[in-house]
Design a protein around this ligand. Structure first.
Ligand SMILES: Nc1ncnc2c1ncn2[C@@H]1O[C@H](COP(=O)(O)OP(=O)(O)OP(=O)(O)O)[C@@H](O)[C@H]1O
Length: 313
C-alpha cells in the first residue's frame, strides 16, 4: 500500500508543523515507506491528491495533516478514486472529519491507528457528498455543506486575524463563538425554498440550512444527531424564523444535539437536496467558502474509503 501525507503548514495557524515534527520520528521508527508533501498555498493539497490518485493504480492512502479544510482539499482531489483511502492526522482548529468518521482524536493515536490499518489493509467505505451549482464546477464534501448564517460565520471567522491569536493560546474553536455573537445582531435571515427528493418546502426568514453527511460541524457541534456517514442519506437541518436571543440558546443546545427539539428547527433526510435562497447568501462546504446562492447536493453511497476510522453505534 502506498502511503502519502499532505501537510498543511498553515493549519491551526502553524501548529500543524510542530504536530508533524513530533510524529515524524515515530513514523520513521516504524520503517514504513511513505512520502510527505507540504502545501505551499491553498488549493495545492487538492492538486497533489489528484495527481497521486491519477498516477497510482495500486491501493493508496492519502492522509491529510491539518484540519477540515485540508481534508476537504484531499477529498476533492482523490476522495472518489476507488483505489485511494483517505486518512487524517488531526492538526486543525475544528477536526469534524475525525469526529464524524471516528478516527482517533489525538494526532499520535491517529497515526498509530492509521499505520495499523495500513499494515492490515483495512479501510471503511463511507458516503461522499457532492454539490454543484450552475456558476462553478462541482465539488465534494465529506462533512457538510451549509447555507446562511453558519456559512456567514465560517466566512467571517476564517478571514479574521483573531483566528491566529485564538489558536496560539489553544482556544481556536472559540473564534466561531465570537463571530456567532457579533454577527447575530447583523445577519439578515432570508427565505429559502428547499427541495428534498422531489418534495418542496418553503421557509420564510430562515437562518440557515445545513446538509450533513455525519453529525458534526463547526468544531464539534452535533448539528445532525441522527446522521451516519454510511446510511446513504443527507441529513438536512433548517433553522427557520427565530428570535435573535434564541439563536444563542440554539448554539448551546447544538453541542449535544438538543436543538432538534426546538419548534423552529426542522430536520429531513434524503438523497438529493436543492436549496434556493431568495437573496444571495454564502455557502460553505466542510467549513470552506464555496459559493453564494443556489446549491444542489446529493449523496454517493459508500463512495469514499477512509482509513483509521471506526463504524458508529
Ligand atoms: N500552504 C498553505 N498556505 C495557506 N493556506 C493553506 C495552505 N494549504 C492549505 N491551505 C488552506 O488553509 C485553510 C485552513 O486549513 P484547515 O482547515 O486544514 O486548518 P484549520 O483552519 O486550522 O482547521 P479547521 O478547518 O478545522 O478550522 C484551508 O482553507 C486550506 O485550503
Amino acid at each position: 500500500m502506498n502511503l502519502y501525507f499532505i501537510i498543511n503548514p498553515a493549519a491551526k495557524n502553524g501548529r500543524s508543523v510542530s504536530i508533524w515534527k513530533q510524529l515524524q520520528p515515530l513514523l520513521d521508527r516504524e520503517g514504513i515507506a511513505y512520502q510527505a508533501y507540504w502545501t505551499s498555498r491553498k488549493g495545492e493539497g487538492k492538486e497533489i491528491a489528484r495527481r497521486i490518485g491519477e498516477e497510482s493504480v495500486e491501493p493508496t492512502v492519502i492522509a491529510a495533516v491539518g484540519g477540515d479544510g485540508t481534508v476537504h482539499e484531499v477529498v476533492n482531489g482523490a476522495g472518489s478514486f476507488p483505489h485511494v483511502a483517505i486518512g487524517c492526522i488531526p492538526a486543525g482548529t475544528g477536526n469534524d472529519f475525525v469526529r464524524g468518521f471516528r478516527l482517533a482524536r489525538k494526532p499520535k493515536q491517529a497515526l498509530q491507528r492509521l499505520l495499523s490499518d495500513v499494515r492490515s489493509g483495512k479501510d471503511l467505505a463511507f458516503d461522499l457528498g457532492r454539490f454543484a451549482s450552475s456558476a462553478v464546477p462541482d465539488g465534494v464534501f465529506a462533512n457538510s455543506i451549509g447555507c446562511g448564517f453558519d456559512a456567514h460565520i465560517a466566512r467571517m471567522a476564517n478571514r479574521s486575524a483573531w483566528k491566529g491569536r485564538f489558536n496560539r493560546v489553544g482556544i481556536g474553536s472559540l473564534i466561531y463563538v465570537l463571530y456567532l455573537v457579533i454577527e447575530l445582531f447583523r445577519y439578515r435571515p432570508v427565505d429559502l425554498d428547499i427541495c428534498i427528493d422531489g418534495r418542496n418546502y418553503s421557509f420564510q426568514q430562515a437562518w440557515m440550512a445545513t446538509v450533513s453527511n455525519h453529525p458534526y460541524y463547526g468544531g464539534g457541534m452535533r448539528i445532525a444527531p441522527s446522521a451516519r456517514g454510511d446510511d446513504g442519506l443527507l441529513h438536512v437541518t433548517v433553522v427557520g424564523p427565530m428570535q435573535r436571543w434564541k439563536i444563542l440558546a440554539l448554539f448551546l443546545t447544538v453541542f449535544w444535539g438538543g436543538h432538534v427539539r426546538m419548534k423552529e428547527v426542522s430536520v429531513f433526510a434524503g438523497r438529493n437536496v436543492h436549496i434556493r435562497p431568495a437573496a444571495p447568501v454564502p455557502v460553505h462546504a466542510d467549513g470552506e467558502e464555496a459559493r453564494v446562492g443556489e446549491v444542489s447536493a446529493w449523496i454517493e453511497a459508500k463512495r469514499m474509503r477512509v482509513i483509521g476510522a471506526e463504524l458508529g453505534e
